[in-house]
Design a protein around this ligand. Structure first.
Ligand code: ZN
Length: 129
């Protein structure tokens, strides 16, 4: 399990968008449309889960957090690939998989990933989406 709630996943992805330089709390709060104190509360929560780091106000994904995001990326691409092969339209598959991908047990995601031939990219040709 990724042990991520939808809210946690949204925070993780937003911090990830900040790249190696990470994001400032005010940037994160603005991007998510919430107050800085609310953002700080969730950042602290994710620090306790060892998924984020907050060094001098610079918030980044931890090593552990990167592993979780990579497992989630693989699961997402695996289900997208499987659904397209089952006949789902390519343009619909990404949004459909985002609804549940973070709830899929990590081991199941890996099994599906292997079963569909370990695709490097999603059916839309992206390496992450
Ligand atoms: Zn996608």
């Amino acid at each position: 399990m990724y042990n991520l709630s939808e809210k946690e996943m949204i925070y993780m992805k937003e911090v990830y968008r900040g790249g190696v330089q990470g994001v400032r709390l005010s940037m994160l709060a603005t991007a998510l449309g919430i107050s800085p104190p609310s953002a700080l509360e969730e950042v602290r929560h994710l620090q306790k889960k060892a998924l984020l780091k907050n060094e001098g106000g610079r918030i980044t994904i931890s090593k552990n957090g990167m592993k979780v995001l990579e497992a989630l990326r693989i699961t997402h691409i695996a289900f997208e690939t499987a659904f397209v092969r089952l006949g789902m339209p390519v343009e619909d598959v990404c949004a459909a998989v985002h609804v549940f991908d973070f709830k899929v047990p990590q081991e199941l995601g890996l099994k599906i990933y292997r079963a569909v031939g370990k695709p490097a990219k999603c059916p839309n040709g992206k390496s992450s989406c």
